[in-house]
Ligand binder design. Structure first.
Ligand SMILES: [Zn+2]
Length: 178
């Protein structure tokens, strides 16, 4: 299943270097990945009250450590993708179903520094990164990753006017898979 999320990046984010931009986006999305990277496992929530791990725990299988993120929302994301240009125009094109520049941290697979890059189409920076003030009004109802609240499903619980509230930030449109 695919969804759309708006990620806000600080005003001083460099957009000319695409790899650096994608790394910056990943930094903001990582807290919402369903699995932490290899070597970045955490104490399992079954141990959170100082208790010993549960032997039949689904998350850690009794080890007390897990890569499963309890706040996880997505496996991977694409800049634009199925929602290429949506953040700017408020329109999607069902033809844009596959391909894309993919930045993916793969669970259970080996990749260079945990990163896989595939360059394709529907991933232009200019098309999918706008200043927050320019987000198309029909897109405001989508998911957001904000600097102050984190993952937000309904931005209007945070502010009545998100474009004004986050003025000065860059807004990035991502297609994510969960
Ligand atoms: Zn556990």
């Amino acid at each position: 299943m695919h969804g759309f999320v708006i990620v806000l990046l600080p005003e001083d984010t460099i957009r000319q270097d695409k790899i650096k931009l994608l790394m910056k986006i990943e930094e903001h999305v990582y807290p919402y990945k369903r699995f932490y990277h290899k070597g970045d496992d955490r104490p399992c929530r079954c141990t959170e009250h100082g208790t010993s791990p549960e032997s039949n725990c689904e998350d850690c299988q009794g080890t007390g450590r897990t890569r499963r993120n309890p706040k996880g929302k997505l496996d991977y994301w694409l800049l634009g993708g199925r929602f290429d240009g949506y953040i700017r125009t408020g329109k999607t094109d069902p033809e844009k179903s596959i391909g894309n520049f993919l930045l993916e941290f793969v669970y259970g697979q080996t990749a260079v520094n945990g990163l896989l890059f595939h360059e394709d189409e529907h991933d232009d920076v200019d098309t999918n990164v706008v200043s927050a003030a320019q987000i198309n009004i029909s897109v405001l109802k989508e998911n957001w990753i904000t600097p102050d609240v984190g993952w937000v499903e309904d931005i209007f619980t945070v502010t009545d006017d998100p474009r004004e509230h986050y003025k000065g930030y860059w807004a990035v449109g991502l297609d994510y898979h969960r």
